[in-house]
Each structure stands twice: as structure tokens, then as C-alpha cells.
Design a binder for this molecule. Sequence first.
Ligand code: G3P
Ligand code: CA
Ligand code: CA
Length: 303
Amino acid sequence: MLYQLSHREGQFNARSCKEVKDKYGQTENGLYYLTTATGVVYKTFCDMTTATGVVYKTFCDMTTAGGSWTLVASVHEDNIFGMCTVGDRWTSQQGNNANWPQGEGNRANRKTFGTVKAATDDDFKNPGYYDIEAEDMSVWHLPNNTPVNHWNLAAIMRYHTDRRFLHLYGGNLYQLFHSYPVEYNVGAHLSDNGPSIPIVYDLGDKESTKNVYGRYSGGEIEGGFISFRDINHERAATAICSGVKPKSGNVEHYCIGGCGFFPEANPLQCGDFTGFAWNGYGTHIGCSASKQTLESAVFLFYC
Ligand code: G3P
Ligand code: CA
Ligand code: CA
């Protein structure tokens, strides 16, 4: 059955929030249905049909920096003591294992999971993650269990990029992480790290970013960036260092989502929020992140 388009139902023939705004004039923040690209399917040489796109619901931020930002994913830590157990979808749900070097691999595949309304309560990844051809990213840190209508006010930190960096990396994170695999033993810390992109803060600043992470970590990071595929001293790789650029190799304390094996103190650093409770849960001393950080999800948007 063909997908019916209807303005009244809040459904548009749009692949991104940018299209919802630019083509249909919608400027309200909120939930919208989006549709992935349609494509031509060849059954035989002479028999071709047009495949309809996948329809999904997500949140559009229509205001930040005058742009239109599509929520494509959230990274949520449901149990920091789990050490790569169920719920660690951005790392490994099957333990800390050198024979599982990429872990789940969900940064660079087309699997989807979660729902937009539960994006602060669990991991979320929608088809926009791999389908949208984007230029910039925005990131919100939101306390767990925050309902959608409070997201705007509840954020702990918000920022965006403005240099169209995704053009250089294939247009989205799916492509970027193909170029920079998050894999154990893929390289060495600092020399083989992926890109660090300068950010513009919408809430917070370079100094407050350091307070998100452990006090010891503060000496190892430079605020004002978002970084991708950073490697630690033991050659374990992490996916995203939100708000910071690593200057050393203990990235497991301030970077999230990782490969399938973290050698140091096996298995204590394996999980979506990696080694964020290294010196106790939410203590904010040593290498431990603050309680507020541990209990918040990281939202990823494209524009
Ligand atoms: O990541 C920190 C670790 O490498 C060293 O920590 O607590 O043994 O000094 P610690
Ligand atoms: Ca998770
Ligand atoms: Ca370390």
C-alpha cells in the first residue's frame, strides 16, 4: 500500500526536519513523521517499481541557530554497573571481548531501536541516522525520564556545529563511522583519533563542559569541540566525546559509545558511558562524571 500524505495528520513528504520547515513551512518544535528516501527497485531488467520510504516519528528542533534539526539518536546508560550487558546498544550487549572488536557496530549499520518518546529513557536510533544527508550536528544532554514537552527547558548542555563538517565525512554519522570504525586495536591514542569539530554553545560553555566530566579528566580535555572515534591508552575506541577534544588517552572517562573490548580493568570500562563511574557512582571526583551526567541521555541531531 502506498503511503498517503496528509498535512492534517502532521505527515509530510519530507526526509528531514529541514524539509518539513523549508517545503511545508512548519516552524513549531515537536514530533513529526518523516519518510526515508524512495528508491527504484529492479525485480528484473524490464520490471522496475518505486520503493516507498520508511516512515518514522521523531522530534524536530526548529529554532536552534535558525536551523531545523532532526533528532536521529540518543545514547542512554541504563546501568553503569552492567559492563556491556543488555541496554549497552552503542557498545556491546554481549560482554567485554577481544574477539568482538567492533561490539554491536550500531554506529555504522542500519539497525534501528527505541522510540522518540522514550529517547531520554532508553537508547534511540531511527532511520534518519543513515538516511539524512546532513551538514551539521547539534547535541543536547537531557536528564533521564524527561517528557518531550520539557526537553527544551530541561537540557544540561546544548551545542551545535556550524561549519558543515559532515560534507567532509559522507553526510551523516553512518558514513563517518565507516571511515572511522569504532573498533578495538584499530590504532593508537591521539595519532589515530578521528575528527574534532569546533562547537557553538547554545547552553553552557567551555568551562561548564569540564564540570560534566570528572575533575581529573578536566586536565585531559579541551572544551568547545565534539570529537569522533577517539582511542584510549589500551587501544580501545570510543565513538563520541561530547563537548570535548581529548588531549590524552584516558578517553574512557569522557567519551561514550565504544568498541567491544576495553582491556584496562576488564570489564570495568565496557558500556555505553564507558568508565564514567571509575571513582564511584556520580561522585564527580577523580575520573567519575557527575551524577547529573550519568543520569542523562545524549541526543544527536542533524541539520
Ligand atoms: O583511566 C584511569 C586509569 O588509567 C588510571 O586510573 O585510578 O588506576 O590511577 P587509576
Ligand atoms: Ca544504552
Ligand atoms: Ca585509562
